[in-house]
Design a protein. Structure first.
Lengths: 380, 152
């Protein structure tokens, strides 16, 4: 580097480093205002930023699981009503003229039956009786404990508890049956249309009755469906162009659905499902053009004349890439309406027209995976 | 503002760069570490200058993306208003700098003024280190030529 160059660069460097622009009046106020606006916008956007639906799903699942775990397992009303007459049946002797004697008889019966029930059953019995405690207390208002005591074996359990067991021992298995009846399991098949081909899917179902009108359902469905690529023709070379494509997917669909059943038989459901793609087959539809020469004889001169024509040929080419396989953000929003028909005491058949709206990475402009069809479910 | 103007000629854009830089500076003030309290002012100024440089280069990149790249020209139509015998007036410095091809100007400023090496410049500008060396050499050639013209 010669001296002239060094001097020049030093002067430029010093000039630029020492260069300062004088403060312009109002610049700080402008900046402060902009800074405040940006901070406000950031705060607002943080508040408004919609959560990824998966977070809602996770929250809903957590609430659901929590509800299932901590829900007070009370028998449905009809079960309680069914036990009502039993309580009344036991109550009637108390109003008789010989309450002590009748009560003693009943209690003796309980002592023998108590020895047969398991500890698990005892808990259920105790729970049922807890809800009937008031009734029981009213059952023998005049029965003095001292008169009852000689008929009981040595036990620390208070006498009232024995009277409770008296009622429960008549139908100890009713309550577990009520719990079981909230769960229903079943199978489903559905047919849908994503392209011109009819798609079939089949799977297993589990449904839990949260309340009289609300149910939560999940399951596992294996489906195979195809979707046509909506693309504009792409010229790949001077004589070949890609005119379309089709993707066939084999997948497991895991739905989480909330079912609302306002009236007996009719229901509507909304839910989301995660799709795990097991296999994806993607093909491209190609079109090639070839110039064909044919020879014809001129009828007038008899000479051979060449005629050229462009012949189009369509063929399918297997794609090496995939659009969905291996991805984990594949989701559907599921909506349906349906009608339930009871076949017998335990079995129901459901007809359910549905629509599945792609979300996440399933939502593509070039591949329409929206599908609709009808489900046929059998619940036991 | 002076730092921003080394990279963007437009004063409004430079003002925007300064504002954005200060937003970043305030937002990241807790990350500034001063290991030499005696040189606190110098270190803080250097740290702020680096943020401003990066913000300016980002702004240039954004403009490139929206096809608003500064026109590339090798023509030198500089007019130097004042010539001082021993040192250049700041206006002359800006004239020299502004008459450089924008890429040469950025590389020259980053290397000679900010003190970045060619690898860092390559990363900042999205070019190769060898391109950075070539741009720097060309920038110096142009500056010398302009300076000689100015001296005549």
């Amino acid at each position: 580097m010669d001296r002239e160059e060094k001097k020049l660069i030093d002067e430029i460097r010093n000039g630029l480093q020492d260069f300062e622009v004088p403060y312009e009046e109002g610049s700080w106020e402008k900046f402060q205002q902009m800074y405040q606006e940006k901070a406000d916008n950031k705060q607002r956007s943080l508040r408004k930023t919609p959560l990824v639906p998966w977070k809602y799903i996770a929250a809903a699942a957590a609430v659901l699981i929590g509800a299932l775990i901590y829900m007070p397992w009370q028998a449905p009303e009809e079960e309680i009503n069914r036990q009502g007459p039993i309580a009344r049946k036991e109550r009637s002797p108390a109003t008789d003229n010989e309450p002590v004697k009748r009560l003693s008889e009943v209690e003796r019966k309980v002592v023998s039956s108590k020895r047969q029930v398991s500890s698990g059953e005892e808990r259920v019995i105790e729970h049922v009786l807890a809800s009937h405690q008031d009734e029981v207390m009213l059952t023998e208002p005049d029965a003095p404990d001292q008169e009852v005591a000689p008929t009981l074996p040595k036990d620390d359990t208070p006498p009232v508890r024995w009277r409770e067991l008296t009622l429960a021992s008549n139908d100890p298995l009713d309550e577990p049956a009520a719990l079981d009846s909230r769960w229903k399991f079943g199978v489903e098949i559905n047919s849908s249309l994503t392209s011109d081909k009819l798609q079939l899917a089949a799977g297993l179902l589990a449904q839990f009755q949260v309340s009289d009108k609300i149910k939560v359902a999940t399951g596992l469905t294996y489906s195979s469906f195809a979707a046509v690529h909506a693309i504009s023709p792409v010229q790949l070379s001077y004589d070949t162009r890609m005119i379309g494509g089709e993707t066939t997917i084999k997948a497991i669909d895991i739905p989480l659905t909330v079912v609302y059943e306002p009236s007996d038989g009719w229901f509507a459901s909304v839910g989301v499902s995660a799709l795990a793609v097991l296999d994806e087959n993607k093909i491209h539809r190609m079109e090639s053009e070839a110039l064909h020469e044919t020879f014809v004889l001129d009828p007038e001169s008899g000479a051979s004349v060449s005629v050229f024509e462009v012949v189009k040929n369509e063929y399918i080419e297997q794609s090496t890439d995939t659009d969905f396989e291996g991805r984990n953000n594949l989701r559907y929003l599921n909506l349906s309406l349906g009608k339930k028909q009871r076949l017998n005491k335990r079995t129901e058949i459901l007809f359910e027209p549905f629509v599945k709206i792609p979300m996440g990475d399933l939502k593509r402009e070039d591949i329409n995976l929206l599908n609709s069809g009808i489900k046929l479910k059998l619940l036991f | 503002m002076g730092v921003a103007l080394r990279y963007v000629s437009d004063r409004d854009t430079a003002g925007m760069v300064v504002n954005d830089s200060f937003l970043k500076i305030f937002g990241n003030l807790d990350t500034f570490e001063c290991r030499d309290p005696d040189n606190f002012n110098k270190l803080l100024k250097g740290w702020m200058a680096k943020i401003t440089v990066r913000t300016a280069l980002n702004e240039i990149r954004k403009k490139k993306a929206s096809s608003l790249e500064e026109p590339l020209t090798d023509e030198h139509h500089g007019h130097f208003s004042v010539l001082l015998p021993d040192n250049l007036h700041i206006e002359n410095v800006w004239d020299l700098i502004n008459n450089l091809n924008p890429k040469y100007r950025r590389v020259f400023t980053l290397y000679e003024v900010e003190g970045f090496n060619h690898e860092e410049i390559a990363e900042l500008m999205g070019i190769t280190a060898s391109s950075s060396r070539v741009y720097l050499a060309r920038a110096k050639e142009r500056l010398k030529m302009l300076y000689r013209t100015l001296m005549v």
